[in-house]
Design a protein around this ligand. Structure first.
Ligand code: LLP
Length: 422
């Protein structure tokens, strides 16, 4: 459920008519709903009650500081995957003890910054990383709390580019080698082994792969405890999917996911962490774009928008479907016609949808891409020297620009011309 609904014939973000925002910031832009973010965070938080738990928002899905602050105010932790994300979380006021550091390629500099600034735990993904973290911790007289990310070799049944839990993926330590690697970690004086981490992929629409993975985690907990490790925290990753198309059957609810967690690992006496990104931010955002031209091609008509693949890359990168709706509500029973919906970038891949049934639209009309709050703005680029588009946060009847569109001058001024060209 989200808070982008038609009211009085026009799409609203909570209580704000979308055209009102467009009139102030221009199109294209991202627009997020506070109430939706809060609702989704609360669903996860309540789903894990009464277990001792922390929901760490995977801020790779949306790292605007206003979003982070909104969630942190509700008690959210953050899952970060880079020094930049760590710095962003801190700058948004998230305390170090609520920040988890994930990722396969943490550098020594990133580790040091996190140890010095405060960190809940590192989710370590390989033996070389373990050795480097040990050395960094010892060099500053610290002891780094760690879990080891285990690759459970389960099929997440999702798009190949976002599946991470099979043995052929680059992520984690093969479960068959877990005992050996935990023994090595326990022998390193700069590390404190506190738990196990697992994440099998993103946009999972069934619970069964989670169930398989979490059962393996439960078994491994018993084995590692018998080996003398004090396993007291389980990080179960993110990955629960969202309905991208209204017509799809809905993926499992956070409450069902919570029940599964309690059923599989709930009686181990461990504190539980999860790292959802998409399910918190995805349906909390839309991308609003205007039609520049309606072009009649041979056998097909194109809606050429002012938004493009550089603003929302998911359709060209993952063949992802986003529902696209007209901002002015079409009258009930009005005509629908098929369009190819494209952006202005000079690549055929700059296509959002092919032969999508839409109301009859003309230049200047606005459309909204639904479910664009996760992996939208964060994956955008300035390809074709198109400025990053603004982000707006709505809260009830108020809205605020939480990232402004840069001017051409600001973009151009970032280049430096070497002396010999002056
Ligand atoms: N934890 C770890 C270790 C992850 O790698 C990810 C996502 C998450 C948590 C959050 O997963 P979520 O709950 O959002 O599914 N750009 C792609 C998605 C990449 C996901 C990468 N890892 C897309 O647009 O579909």
């Amino acid at each position: 459920m989200d808070h982008f609904l038609y009211r009085d014939g026009v799409l609203h973000a909570e209580d704000v008519p979308v055209p009102e925002i467009a009139a102030q910031v221009g199109t294209p832009f991202y627009c997020y709903s506070t109430a939706t973010l809060q609702r989704h965070f609360r669903l996860f938080d309540e789903a894990l009650d009464p277990l001792e738990h922390l929901v760490c928002f995977a801020m790779k899905s949306n790292s605007n500081q206003a979003i982070l602050k909104t969630l942190a105010a509700m008690g959210a932790g953050m899952d970060v995957v880079s020094g930049g994300e760590y710095a962003r979380a801190k700058s948004a006021g998230v305390p170090g003890e609520r920040i988890v550091f994930s990722g396969v390629g943490k550098t020594a500099e990133e580790m040091r910054a996190a140890l010095e600034g405060g960190i809940r735990q590192f989710n370590v993904e390989s033996e070389p990383e373990m050795e480097v973290l040990n050395a960094v911790a010892l060099s500053i007289g610290a002891r780094a709390p760690i879990t080891l990310r285990i690759n459970p070799d389960v099929d997440a049944k999702t798009h190949a580019k976002i599946a991470t839990g099979k043995s052929e993926n680059k992520f984690g330590i093969p479960i068959a080698r877990a005992r050996e690697v935990y023994a090595r970690a326990a022998a390193l004086p700069g590390l404190e082994v506190i738990g196990i981490d697992v994440h099998i992929g993103s946009q999972l629409t069934e619970l069964e792969p989670f169930e398989q993975a979490y059962r393996k985690v439960a078994e491994l907990t018993a084995v590692l405890r018998a080996d003398g490790h004090d396993i007291r925290r389980l990080d179960l990753g993110g990955g629960l999917g969202i309905p991208y198309a209204r017509s799809n059957t809905a993926p499992p609810l956070p409450s069902e996911y919570g029940e599964l967690i309690k059923r599989t690992v709930g009686d181990l006496g461990c504190e539980v962490e999860i790292e959802p990104g998409r399910l918190i931010s995805g349906n909390a955002g839309i991308m609003v774009s205007s039609v520049i031209y309606v072009k009649n091609g041979e056998g097909r008509d194109f809606l050429i928008l002012d938004g493009a693949m550089n603003d929302l890359i998911r359709p060209s990168m993952y063949d992802a479907h986003h529902d696209i709706v007209a901002v002015q509500e079409p009258e009930a029973g009005s005509e629908q016609v098929p369009f190819d919906i494209v952006g202005p970038v000079c690549e055929s891949g700059d296509t959002f949808a092919k032969q999508r049934n839409m109301p009859v639209l003309t230049a200047g009309d606005m459309v909204a891409f639904r479910s664009a709050g996760a992996y939208g703005a964060v994956m955008s680029s300035e390809y074709n020297t198109r400025p990053l588009i603004p982000e707006v946060l709505v809260n009830g009847d108020q809205f605020s620009v939480i990232r402004a569109r840069p001017t051409f001058d600001e973009m151009i001024a970032r280049d430096n011309i070497p002396e010999w060209l002056l």
